[in-house]
Design a protein around this ligand. Structure first.
Ligand code: B3K
Ligand code: ZN
Length: 844
């Protein structure tokens, strides 16, 4: 394993003036001819000429028209080159049809497509495949297939060929090519300066009816980026292509975004409200990359958060605007805690800007993306909305066309606002979730809050320095009125006190409003205080958070001390269910309980070893208690939240369906499945059909519905992914592995398709009590499949190996079995570089 270090960065020896590529497509013998104009980089004296290249068959190479014989190794070639501008020409042969790794040029259902980020372009041709080498590309595609696409604008075409020109210099990771029998859903957009842009979503014939929402989301994203960030689109055409075999959600290639079909195709009959929301967010994310990522890219892969953290932050702002600030923020935090806090607390913890890697694909993580976005949110709170707007304007003005760094990013904030960000920068280099301990004191009208911060050691970082933590705080008086509106305290020391004067009684503090920093709060509050905040907090995030901490505290006591659910908690929840002034989506979130993984995290944080079965039983008994105690308001909510009239995927209706679904999930425990069976039969949209089926399965019913669902939807691969996943994620712990095993025996378990693989193996890994069965069957099953997948597709396998990253939380038996599973995965002679790195880090 060769480790790459941030501190070893050196500028490229040669820069590229222009690139011209010709592809003669054939499944097993695609010829790629490249013509690249190089010039020496004046910034460096280094004149070594190295081109990346992997799994390429080099047929010929020329420099300035003269045949050369480069020195070819496994990862590239070197060749003597002039200390002056020159033209490199090469021809290579590649085999897209046998490329199961889905990186470089590959085939999916007869269609050619590419995925180059991070380092896939080197599997297409020899090139300086690093993001700080940017160039305009001209691409000619020769093929009998009817639709031939690449980056930029179409420049010429004829029978069996098409040519594209992308005038914007770009790094190779943004290159894309698509060829296939595709149909388009066309539209147009006029930018604010009057430029007319052609928009297309390209799909397989039969999927045309599932493009309208994605197109609408694209146009809304384009308008939003003009209005909020002043950013306009910069080509004549913007193409999106849906592909079934794809390693992640989507890719922001310049002018030619390629999407996992699950991240763009949707319709009311086949997609859930959660699918609509995810599609809207991903379309926006990839579109926003056009400025934050493409026009301004990263100098090297250590700077990944420069484009990803910022683009996630932007897509979160967009989704909040589209769907409601409070509810979306709660969803962001739920996801952050589930994935990023978990990562930061285990052996895979790394800084938002990592300092080393073996395989960069392993660092497209929740820390780089989601924590990277949180860091920007904190920055915005510290400099204010106006300061943020000024800094961003300066960023676009100063760095357009650059391959930039985090230093460049922070400098625009310093220059635009005058604020010194030296200490703030630690958020980029220090891993781990900070804990903020809160104590308070009240005397003579003066209230003092004392905040202490501490970050636990993480791999390779034993000492942690204090961070700048914006802690948004409000105060309520004992009858529930707000006496101090939200104010942001800046915690910069290890321990610091803040005072509030002139209070007539001891206030109840509402700490970390809006989740103003990605930290955990420790405060000796009791359930009475949490119940009070759940009833009275004016900050919607903290109102929800109070209910969440209350649920966790109740569940922890049920797990650890065998207590039963206290009536006070059930009463508080009933008040929420009955409170018609609260938005349905909010009420639905407030009625949802923490899951097995969330509780395992909490119980471990309390210093106990989590028992997944005990957690499962406690959650089940709490659900029963809630169902019994709230049966009457839940039954009326179920009726009240029904929607008359045609389906709309908008946030308002989605919120009603969500609340109705959470009522149903409790009511199914009481009514023997009567309501869910009826809803399943009557549903005209996937949200309700699947929701009803989930409630049935989770309560031991629904065998015939599982069958009829497969008969109805067997032809639709995206719907069938849901069907596979649902049976596993809602299976009883002792049945989860056998259910997953049985599903893998089916003919339609096409395991090489990453979506299908995730719908089974990933669903099991996420069924906490099922995966962690004491027998070890879950570990063995997942390990077997990871080994198989690693041989075909290392990226997807390595990503899913994170299922094992929380292993040190568990008891000695489970730890032993997971260690064995990881060793078995990692010790194979043909283990991939991706997987080898993950296993090494996890075993640490
Ligand atoms: N930039 C891509 C992710 C590429 C992942 C490579 N392993 C999608 C995105 O973040 O928008
Ligand atoms: Zn991104």
């Amino acid at each position: 394993q060769q480790t790459i270090w941030l501190k070893d960065y050196t500028p490229p020896a040669y820069l590229v003036e222009s690139v011209s590529l010709t592809f003669a497509l054939a499944p097993r013998a695609t010829r790629v001819v490249s013509k690249i104009a190089f010039r020496p980089n004046p910034e460096t004296a280094d004149r070594s000429f190295f081109l990346h290249g992997e799994q390429l068959n080099l047929l010929s190479a020329k420099i300035d028209g003269k045949e050369v014989t480069p020195d070819v190794t496994e990862d590239g070639l070197t060749c003597p080159a002039p200390d002056a501008p020159f033209v490199w020409e090469a021809e290579v042969e590649i085999s897209p049809e046998t490329n199961t790794a889905l990186e470089g040029l590959y085939m999916s259902n007869g269609m050619y497509c590419t995925q180059c980020e991070a380092e896939g372009f080197r599997k297409i041709t020899y090139y300086p495949d690093r993001p700080d080498v940017m160039a305009p590309f001209t691409v000619r595609i020769e093929s009998d297939l009817p639709v031939l696409l690449s980056n930029g604008n179409p420049s010429a075409s004829g029978d069996g060929w098409a040519e594209w020109h992308d005038p914007w210099p770009k790094p190779a990771y943004l290159f894309a090519l698509v060829a296939g029998e595709l149909v388009n859903h066309p539209d147009r957009f006029t930018t604010k300066s009057g430029k007319d842009v052609e928009l297309n979503i390209w799909v397989r014939p039969g999927d045309e009816g599932k493009c309208a929402y994605g197109m609408d989301a694209l146009k809304r994203s384009m308008t939003w980026d003009e209005e909020v960030y002043g950013r306009e689109y910069d080509l004549d055409i913007f193409n999106i292509v849906a592909v079934d075999d794809f390693n992640m959600g989507a890719m922001e290639n310049k002018g030619l975004n390629i999407f996992n079909s699950s991240a763009v195709l949707c319709s009311p009959e086949t997609s859930t409200d959660a699918n609509f929301a995810r599609i809207e967010a991903i379309i926006a994310h990839e579109y926003f990359h056009n400025w934050t990522g493409n026009r301004i890219t990263c100098r090297d892969w250590f700077q990944l958060c420069l484009k990803e953290g910022l683009t996630v932050y932007r897509d979160q702002q967009f989704s909040r605007d589209m769907r409601g600030e409070a509810v979306h923020r709660i969803e962001e935090v739920l996801a952050l805690r589930a994935r990023q806090f978990r990562e930061d607390a285990g052996p895979l913890a790394h800084p938002v800007r990592p300092e080393s890697f073996v395989e960069i694909n392993n660092f497209y993580t929740a820390t780089v993306y989601e924590k990277g976005a949180e860091v920007i949110g904190m920055l915005k709170q510290l400099v204010g909305d106006e300061g943020y707007a000024k800094a961003l304007d300066l960023y676009f003005e100063r760095h357009d066309g650059d391959a930039s760094t985090i230093e460049d990013w922070l400098k625009v904030f310093e220059d635009a606002t005058g604020r010194d960000l030296t200490q703030f920068k630690r958020w980029y280099s220090q891993a781990g979730t900070p804990q903020v301990r809160v104590t308070d004191d009240y005397a003579d009208g003066r209230y003092t809050l004392t905040l202490e911060q501490e970050t636990q050691p993480t791999p390779g970082q034993s000492n942690k320095d204090p961070l700048v933590i914006p802690v948004a705080v409000g105060l309520l008086n004992p009858n529930g009125d707000e006496v101090q509106p939200t104010t942001v305290l800046e915690l910069t020391e290890a321990k610091q006190s803040f005072t509030f004067e002139g209070l007539s009684s001891r206030p109840v503090p509402s700490i970390l409003r809006g989740f103003s920093a990605p930290v955990t709060i420790q405060k000796d509050s009791d359930d009475a205080e949490r119940t009070f905040l759940l009833a009275h907090d004016t900050d919607p995030f903290n109102k929800w958070e109070a209910g969440r901490t209350l649920a966790k505290s109740v569940l922890s006591r049920m797990v650890l001390n065998g207590e039963t659910a206290p009536t006070s908690y059930l009463d508080a929840l009933r008040a929420v269910a009955r409170d018609d002034t609260l938005d349905p989506a909010f009420r639905s979130l407030a009625l949802a309980l923490p899951g097995g993984e969330d509780m395992a995290q909490s119980i471990f944080a309390l210093g106990h070893c989590p028992d997944p079965d005990a957690i499962f039983r406690a959650c089940r008994s709490l659900r029963d208690a809630i169902a019994a105690h709230l049966s009457e308001p839940l039954a009326s909510l179920y009726d009240q939240m029904a929607i008359d009239g045609p389906f709309s995927p908008d946030a308002k209706d989605a919120g009603r369906r969500s609340l109705r679904q959470s009522a149903l999930s409790y009511l199914t425990r009481l009514d023997g499945g009567e309501r869910a069976t009826a809803l399943y039969a009557a549903a005209d949209n996937m949200t309700e059909q699947l929701g009803a089926l989930a409630s049935l399965i989770a309560n031991g019913h629904g065998q015939s519905e599982v069958q009829s669902f497969a008969n109805q939807w067997g032809h639709d691969r995206l719907v069938m992914d849901k069907w596979f996943g649902l049976q596993i994620s809602h299976a009883q712990p002792e049945e989860a592995v056998s259910t997953a095993e049985a599903l893998t025996q089916r003919d339609d378990f096409d395991w090489k398709n990453p979506n299908r693989f995730r719908s089974v193996i990933g669903a099991l890994a996420m069924n906490s009590a099922g995966f962690h069965q004491a027998s070890g069957a879950g570990y063995a099953f997942v390990a077997d499949w990871l080994i198989r997948m690693d041989e075909a597709n290392p990226q997807t396998a390595a990503r899913m190996s994170t299922a094992f990253d929380s292993w040190r939380r568990y008891d000695a038996d489970r730890q032993g079995m997971i260690r064995d599973a990881l060793t078995r995965i990692g010790d194979r002679p043909n283990v991939s570089r991706d997987m080898a790195e993950m296993v090494t880090r996890m075993l640490g």
